[in-house]
Design a protein around this ligand. Structure first.
Ligand SMILES: [Ca+2]
Length: 217
């Protein structure tokens, strides 16, 4: 993973609106539903981490839960290659979340970590992933919502970036059809998009198997 971050500060936390925008070149994905395990009333509901407004937040008090989560569920499977969490330094540097995890849900319902952030002091944590994650539901699972002894959660934005699996597959279809290796007709084997036959077991990625696209998360 590579981090592109802003250190926490009690002075400034505003971020570039372009970073927050949906359907821009940043490919922010908008979930169909946003739900929080706990929230501090309707004015600090989970949806405020998804409103592209860096001055509104999802909050869950420590008395409600020390480890609440925020869940995004998309209308169809998506392929995530970047994420961003904007914390609460605009209120206080001490309110920057120290520890949290990002999770995706597998087909059998299990939640799996794909990021585990500890000892964080950055107000905006923006991470590009070397290995994209394909799923339909994701969670920001809080571990420690503040820098000190407190456990109140304050998240101003939680964003996932990427493409729907459908759009991604549409994007690679021309690569398959234009391949000089004729892999679109590949018989009885697995090939990568460069036309190389894969003899070992398949890792995550996109392959042509028996002439059809196959995405392995
Ligand atoms: Ca917000």
């Amino acid at each position: 993973m590579s981090f592109d971050v802003t250190a926490f500060s009690s002075i400034t936390t505003e971020i570039d609106y372009k970073e927050l925008g949906a359907n821009t070149e940043d490919n922010r994905l908008i979930p169909k539903t946003v739900s929080a395990s706990h929230q501090n009333g309707t004015n600090e509901a989970g949806k405020f981490a998804n409103d592209k407004n860096p001055t509104t937040k999802w909050c869950a008090t420590s008395s409600q839960s020390k480890t609440p989560y925020l869940q995004y569920t998309f209308a169809e499977p998506v392929r995530i290659d970047r994420w961003m969490v904007l914390c609460a330094a605009r209120e206080s540097g001490g309110y920057v979340a120290e520890a949290f995890k990002l999770q995706y849900q597998t087909d059998n319902g299990t939640w799996v970590d794909f990021a585990d952030i500890t000892s964080n002091q950055m107000n905006k944590v923006s991470c590009s992933m070397d290995e994209p994650v394909v799923a339909q539901s994701f969670r920001l699972q809080m571990v420690h919502g503040e820098q000190g002894d407190g456990y109140t959660t304050r998240i101003y934005e939680f964003a996932l970036y990427g493409q729907t699996v459908r759009d991604y597959e549409d994007g690679i279809q021309p690569l398959i059809q234009d391949s000089k290796f004729k892999i679109q007709n590949g018989e009885g084997g697995a090939y990568d998009l460069s036309g190389r036959k894969i003899d070992s077991s398949l890792k995550s990625g996109v392959y042509i198997v028996n002439g059809r696209k196959k995405i392995l998360p």
